[in-house]
Design a protein around this ligand. Structure first.
Ligand code: DSN
Length: 426
């Protein structure tokens, strides 16, 4: 049963409807620990699946290139005002299609081709668009990369300062995709100010935690803030750029007409709904519970002898180095997926292995917290992870049996934790 029903899709395209239904069941039956994923509410699903997908709206409210914006303008304005209010920002642009286009807009607004730009190295937890070599941002600009410290696994702020003074980047990025610790936005801002760089905070992973008061905010420190809307913020797949009033015109011009055509109005509406949800007191509880769950899971993994980068977590994310466990990240992630625990293999800092077959696993608690799973369940989840990792290290036959057992136990557990937007047939 799909709620809302897929009756039209089932009638017209049963093959596709079957795949959607199968994906819903998959999401229902697994402990989803991919750190960048979540479950949106039924209200967000309705907004994103609405007739708003039919409309073109190039431009901004009151200044469009197409007629018929009587409803689109107020929808986009609602999303903008809610974003500004939620984060306390002076300006918001809700049109970027996703995180990478949002970050490209920052380059277009604040740098020229060839300029030095600085970000956390990808294998250390950064993002492709922070100047990594295979990304357009690493090809079209001159990347300067900072790292984490080998002894602490935390960002090396001395290196950030030294590199910034030496290379004078136009843009300094903070934030990334595999950072388990609190980002010191004030320290980054001080360095950016000293060298005359624009400080860009990419808060894609932690936006929901910031909105819910479970992580400090970059507002007041960063000149420009980019975020996807679908990770801890629990909205549809999309992105936003927040900035000071000073940079508003440059940001808007970079998004449209600089990079994009018409905004995806159905996504804008979904973002508006998610922002309203994130402004409610229960979202504050959610954000703190995400962190409490991650800390409890980290603690349980440490007790089982797992090597966690930086020794733990301050946010939703845990990065495990499996080197001492006798199995690399990729086969472990594949075995865990078969066993009903979905996560991704990930490079760890100073990883001697290749990015597509790295040493680590990345986990996050945003999605399971949305299902209502609480910290008291984390020791059991750590035990399941450990059972599968150890069985995988021991060999194939043993692993298959363990995978079947754990998958069945997980389905039984999750039956007690409803999933927004879908319910199994009773
Ligand atoms: N792909 C996202 C993540 O998983 O962190 C970042 O873009």
């Amino acid at each position: 049963m799909h709620d809302p029903s897929l009756s039209h899709l089932t009638g017209q395209d049963p093959e596709l409807a079957g795949l959607v239904e199968a994906e819903a069941r998959r999401q229902h039956d697994k402990i989803r620990l991919i750190a960048s994923e979540n479950y949106v509410s039924a209200a967000v699903l309705e907004a994103t699946g609405s007739v708003l997908t039919n409309k073109y709206s190039e431009g901004y409210a009151g200044r469009r290139y197409y007629e018929g914006q009587q409803n689109i303008d107020p929808i986009e304005t609602l999303a903008i005002e809610r974003a500004k209010a939620l984060f306390g920002a002076e300006h918001a642009n809700v049109q970027p299609y996703s995180g990478s286009p949002a970050n490209l807009a920052v380059y277009l607004a604040f740098a020229e081709p060839g300029d030095p730009v600085m970000g956390l190295s990808l294998p250390m937890g950064g993002h492709l668009t922070h100047g990594w070599s295979v990304s357009a941002t690493g090809k079209w600009f001159t990347p300067v990369r900072y790292e984490v410290r080998a002894d602490t696994g935390r960002i090396d702020m001395d290196q950030v300062r030294d590199l910034a003074r030496k290379e004078r980047p136009k843009v300094i990025w903070c934030g990334g995709t595999a950072i388990p610790r609190t980002i010191d936005f004030a320290a980054f801002a001080e360095i950016a100010r000293e060298v005359g760089a624009v400080l860009a905070a990419d808060i894609a992973h932690i936006a929901g935690l910031i909105a819910g008061g479970a992580h400090p905010s970059p507002v007041g420190h960063a000149d420009v803030i980019t975020t996807t809307t679908h990770k801890t913020l629990r909205g549809p797949r999309g992105a936003m750029i927040l900035s000071t009033a000073e940079h508003a015109a440059a940001v808007d011009k970079a998004v449209f007409p600089g990079l994009q055509g018409g905004p995806h109005n159905h996504t804008t509406a979904g973002i508006a709904v998610a922002l309203r949800e994130a402004a409610r007191p229960d979202f504050t509880d959610y954000a703190h519970l995400v962190v409490a769950n991650a800390k409890a899971l980290a603690e349980a993994l440490l007790e089982r002898g797992y090597d966690l980068i930086s020794g733990g977590t301050d946010n939703h994310l845990i990065l495990i180095d499996l080197t001492g466990k006798g199995v690399p990240g990729k086969p472990a992630a594949q075995a865990l997926d078969r066993a009903g625990i979905e996560l991704n293999h990930n490079a760890v800092p100073f990883d001697p292995r290749k990015p597509f077959d790295p040493s680590g696993l990345r986990l996050g608690t945003a999605a399971i917290t949305t299902r209502g799973v609480t910290p008291d369940r984390m020791p059991r989840i750590a035990e399941w992870i450990d059972d599968i990792v150890r069985a995988t290290a021991r060999g194939e036959d043993q692993a298959e049996k363990e995978e079947r057992r754990v998958a069945a136990e997980i389905r039984e557990l999750l039956a007690g934790y409803p999933m927004p937007g879908w319910a199994p047939v009773p």
